[in-house]
Design a protein around this ligand. Structure first.
Ligand code: HEM
Ligand code: HEM
Length: 183
């Protein structure tokens, strides 16, 4: 294996990372936009996009994980301190948990309201067969909202860590996930 092969993620891993990263940030902005919709109808129409993109993120993440489990990923640089490696690994695992848990929770919460998902006007994904229970649905969506907000803070931390390793420690941070630059 070449030096580049060992220190950088593979092209497929990079594509999954950046497509999902952009989708998550867009989906968060869509949810925020829906909150500020003028009418319930407008909120619902914006939220339909949030749900459709959210389910897309779920499918992409499952594909990414299935693919990742069969690959070797580049080890974290030896120059990272032990606690940095532990925090990085823990955060990456938590990201996968959120990337699966948030869309599943959103789908489950909506299902308690008897609502399915319209996938960008192309096909429908039905509500899960849980029966109507607004109280439970509300509680699950509140948890989803809190989980989503925590995710955004953790993403900020993840970005700051990548910038620190890249520009302060000059160990190659972001370039490990980019097709160009020294890692
Ligand atoms: C916005 C949502 C984002 C999510 C959900 C996300 C998620 C992840 C996950 C799950 C990994 C672990 C990959 C693996 O080993 O399977 C990872 C790695 C990485 N991410 Fe992100 N990421 C996001 C945004 C960003 C941004 C904006 C940057 C750059 C500033 C970035 C830079 C990196 C780097 C450099 C790695 C490789 C870490 C290493 O092993 O050195 N990520 N990301
Ligand atoms: C990875 C995918 C997803 C992420 C990152 C995400 C994130 C979020 C965030 C951050 C909020 C709060 C918005 C705010 O602060 O105003 C939110 C709200 C919401 N999401 Fe998601 N979401 C995802 C997937 C889904 C899916 C698949 C559904 C349903 C099928 C869904 C249904 C909802 C609903 C109904 C709300 C409003 C909850 C409330 O505050 O009452 N989400 N989501």
């Amino acid at each position: 294996m070449t030096a580049i092969g060992r220190s950088k993620y593979s092209g497929v891993a990079m594509i999954f990372h950046w497509v999902i990263a952009i989708a998550v940030i867009v989906n968060w902005r869509i949810a925020e936009a829906a909150e500020h919709g003028a009418t319930d109808a407008e909120k619902g129409a914006i939220m339909a996009n949030h749900k459709a993109l959210g389910i897309t993120i779920l499918v992409l993440t499952l594909a990414r994980l299935a693919w990742r489990l069969k690959q070797k990923v580049p080890p974290l640089p030896d120059s990272y301190k032990a606690w940095e490696k532990a925090v990085a690994r823990g955060l990456h695992i938590l990201f996968y948990v959120l990337l699966i848990g948030l869309p599943l929770g959103g789908w489950l919460g909506s299902s308690f309201y008897g609502r399915g998902i319209e996938w960008f006007g192309m096909f429908s994904i039905p509500a899960l067969p849980v029966g109507e229970n607004f109280e439970t649905g509300k509680a699950i969506l509140e948890l989803h909202h809190t989980g989503g907000s925590i995710f955004i803070y953790l993403i900020a931390l993840h970005i700051l860590a990548a910038l620190k390793h890249q520009f302060l420690d000059k160990e190659g941070g972001i370039t490990r996930m980019l097709p160009f630059g020294r890692a």
